[in-house]
Design a binder for this molecule. Structure first.
Ligand code: P71
Length: 463
């Protein structure tokens, strides 16, 4: 089957409410046309993020009841440690409450002012945590990643020529580690090939630079390797993961993605000295090393989720469901980023609403229209999130991509709900000329997308 049906049945349900268009119009006005400010209870299908939004299995819930909430040495920590070691293979396992804390602990320990950390593309929290150390976060993905039309099987790959240039330019002493984000969230959930990882490792070895993975969506990346990379068709998922992580020295993980939990993360690594320094910092800011800001039951759910996520039936359904949405849209001529990624479909707003000028936030306008007309919430990944004001000229520096991301939570929506999303977007596309641009009325100095407020520009056709 091209699009496998759900490999689970539903045991617990959460009702979701449909609202009227009038209600949503009012809610949008109150929210300043910012979907982060709309209450989730007024959203019908919520595709804001795939992070922390998974449905847990009965086995995970059963594990929650076996939580041991001792301050030190909870058995759930040992289960968790064993799960992480068996999948990732690194010696030290340090739990954190979510991914960005793992990043913060790692970078505050090993990155010093004036240093540089290369990555394919840093996720915003990774970049922010590096810049917080007064260091530079460099994005060195292959250039095709920035072309929404270019179809490559591994569009998240590191550009090894640029990586070597950077090492030669800044010198290995100023690069405490390099990272590879699997899958590459910021440019469409695109995977990195085993071959590219192997070569990245070989290059870094020549300069003695450690390699860390941002492993949030590692299982999805490993599934793409199995599907697309020669030599892996018959390799079991855990073996693919072991080989991949074997090329690294450690990883940071937000288990809110491929850990199939609602909260949790970790840092895992081989270097004893780094682990010791990080653990000392963990105790200061997060908690004792056998719970790291989580409850025992959370650790148990994470241990079980990390094993479940490598189940091939699950992954085939998961990747298939995202692809199902993407292909329905693509076949109807709706402009999307290609190839379809692992966790989300991205609408290309530059082509969807070409009548909206760049300074009127086309992707934000599209996300607002999708909510107003159909109660579906996506997230803008474009000028609101990544545009910068050039203080010298007062002009806006626009990011390369202007997208609305439709991130699919894991095991949450049925294929019928996904069909509803596709049909809604196809309808909206037919009516796209009616979508109006927005003007910014408030922005915070940092991470403005969470709290920005907008007004609607006059009707485009009336201009
Ligand atoms: C996503 C998120 C969650 C998010 C974060 C910020 C604003 C809106 C939504 C989080 C990631 C990620 C990668 C590759 C690290 C984190 C941080 N992604 N690396 O895509 O995608 O993890 O949220 O657990 O701290 O919606 P954390």
């Amino acid at each position: 089957m091209r699009f496998p049906s759900e490999p689970f049945k539903i045991k617990v349900v959460e009702p979701i409410r449909r609202t009227t268009r009038e209600e949503r119009e009012r809610l949008l006005q109150e929210a300043g046309y910012n979907l982060f400010q709309v209450s989730a209870a007024s959203v019908y299908v919520d595709l804001l993020t795939d992070s922390g939004t998974s449905a847990m299995s009965d086995d995970q819930w059963a594990g929650m009841m076996l939580g041991n909430e001792s301050y030190a040495g909870s058995k759930n920590y040992y289960h968790f440690e064993e799960a992480v070691r068996s999948i990732f293979g690194y010696r030290h396992v340090i739990p954190t409450h979510q991914g960005r804390m793992a990043e913060n602990l790692l970078f505050s320990t090993v990155v010093k002012a004036g240093m540089c950390v290369p990555n394919n593309i840093h996720f915003d929290t990774t970049r922010a945590n590096i810049e917080h150390q007064h260091a530079e976060a460099l994005d060195l993905v292959i250039k095709e990643a920035y072309d929404p039309q270019c179809e490559l099987p591994f569009k998240g790959n590191m550009d090894l020529v640029r990586l070597e240039d950077v090492i030669n330019r800044v010198g290995p002493a100023r690069i405490p580690l390099a990272m590879v984000t699997i899958t590459n969230n910021s440019a469409g959930g695109q995977p990195v090939s085993m071959d590219n990882i192997r070569r990245t490792r070989a290059l870094l070895n020549r300069y003695g630079i450690p390699l860390f993975f941002d492993a949030c969506r590692f299982a999805e990346n490993c599934f793409f390797i199995k599907e697309r990379e020669p030599g892996y068709t018959d390799t079991p998922m855990p073996e693919i993961a072991r080989e991949l992580f074997g090329y690294g020295d450690g990883c940071t993980m937000s288990a809110k993605k491929d850990g199939l939990v609602n909260i949790g993360g970790f840092l895992s690594l081989n270097r004893d000295q780094w682990a010791q320094d990080i653990t000392n910092m963990l105790i200061l800011v997060e908690g004792f090393p056998t719970y790291g800001g989580l409850a025992g039951r959370d650790l148990e759910a994470m241990a079980r989720g990390l094993r479940e996520v490598l189940d091939e039936d699950y992954l085939r359904f998961r990747i298939g469901q995202v692809r199902y949405l993407g292909e329905l849209l693509n076949n109807a001529g709706v402009p999307i980023l290609k190839p379809i990624g692992g966790h989300a479909v991205y609408l290309n707003a530059k082509e969807f609403v070409p009548h909206i000028r760049r300074d009127e936030f086309p992707a934000q306008a599209l996300a607002v229209a999708l909510y107003r007309e159909y109660g579906i919430r996506g997230v803008e990944i474009g000028t609101v999130m990544f545009g910068k004001n050039d203080t010298a000229t007062g002009r806006t520096i626009y990011p390369e991509l202007e997208m609305v991301r439709l991130a699919i939570p894991r095991r949450v929506y049925t294929n019928m709900q996904i069909t509803y999303v596709a049909e809604s977007i196809i309808d909206l596309y037919r009516d796209r000329e009616r979508i109006r641009g927005l003007t910014l009325t408030y922005e915070a100095p940092v991470l403005r997308h969470f709290t920005a407020r907008f007004q609607e520009a006059p009707c485009a056709t009336a201009r």
